[in-house]
Every structure is written in structure tokens, then in C-alpha cells.
Design a protein. Structure first.
Length: 180
């Protein structure tokens, strides 16, 4: 699922020029523990160009990469040996947060789906159907969604990981600023 909160129209075109936006995959190398769990050494995320050379905007919500959310700006480098663009460093956040959940209990999918729709969130589901990457837009009251997710987790139906919390959402929880 893609976020309806980007500058893209429903036809996948940039609102500014009405042409389809060209997206690029960028490899984000995973730490050993995450790579083992993901069964991959890197996760490739879709990105779009920005006005700054070698800086791109993330266009989907990561399943494994920590500290990056939909819409964030990151710096990349060309890895000629690998023949791909590779994440180099975080530049700025978009205000979106990324939360991952693992479905543990039967029937949890419908409950989580309904709850996320009620909060105007979007999400992607991996091929197994059990790992969900959730995009929490800036306008969403994260404290409320977190309470709902923690209630479902408390029932043993899901596991939760807050992989990238935007400053606005952290402030809503009274958490300190993050150091990307």
C-alpha cells in the first residue's frame, strides 16, 4: 500500500508537473542481526529525486531499516562495484513515523487493519503476511495509535517495533529528541 499523504496524485503522477515520477531503488545495508532475521544483507527502498544532488526522498515504509520513514530525505552514493545507489546518511525527517508489527494471533489482521484505517495510516505487508510496515503521517495523533497497538500487543496478538519516530510524534509522547 502506498501513502496517500505524499505529493503524488492517485494516478502516481507528481502534482507539480503531471508527469509520472521516476523512482529509484536505494540499498540500505542492514546490521548483522537484522540481516540474519531479514535473510538479506540489505533492504532496497523506493526513492524519488530531490533538488539536491545525491539526496533522495524515501517513497515507501521500510520493513527492516531503522531510523528512516516515508518521506525522509537521505544522502546516497553510487557503489560502482555493486552497481547500485547505497544509503550514506540521514539528512532530514518528513514528520512521518515508521512502526513495524508482527502478527502473532489469528484474527489480528482484521482488527489491526480496521484500527489503522481509523487513524488514516497506510501500510505494507510482507510476502508472509505477518510483518507489517506502517506509515504514521504527521497529522496522526501517535499517542492514540500507540495506545491501541499496545492494547492489541498486550493481548498477545501482535509484536511492535517503533523503528523511526518523528519529532512531532516523539513530542506527543513526551520522549526526548532522536539522534538519527
Amino acid at each position: 500500500m502506498s501513502s496517500g499523504n505524499s505529493s503524488m496524485t492517485s494516478a502516481g503522477k507528481s502534482a507539480a508537473d503531471d508527469k509520472p515520477e521516476r523512482l529509484y531503488k536505494v540499498a540500505f545495508d542492514l546490521p548483522e542481526e537484522a540481516a540474519h532475521w531479514a535473510r538479506a544483507s540489505s533492504e532496497r527502498l523506493w526513492t524519488g529525486k530531490t533538488s539536491v544532488k545525491m539526496e533522495v526522498q524515501v517513497r515507501n515504509t521500510p520493513f527492516y531499516v531503522k531510523g528512516v520513514a516515508f518521506g525522509d530525505i537521505v544522502r546516497v552514493r553510487a557503489d560502482h562495484e555493486r552497481r547500485e545507489l547505497v544509503f550514506e546518511e540521514f539528512v532530514s525527517e518528513s514528520g512521518h513515523s515508521a512502526v513495524r508489527i508482527i502478527i502473532k494471533g489469528d484474527g489480528a489482521e482484521g482488527e489491526v487493519d480496521a484500527m489503522l484505517r481509523g487513524f488514516d495510516c497506510s501500510w505494507e505487508v510482507d510476502a508472509t503476511g505477518s510483518l507489517w510496515a506502517i506509515d504514521v503521517p504527521p497529522h496522526v495523533d501517535y499517542a492514540s495509535i500507540r495506545t491501541a497497538l499496545l492494547r492489541i500487543a498486550g493481548e498477545g496478538k501482535i509484536g511492535i517495533e517503533e523503528s523511526a519516530l518523528a519529532l512531532g510524534h516523539r513530542n506527543g509522547l513526551g520522549l526526548p529528541e532522536s539522534d538519527h
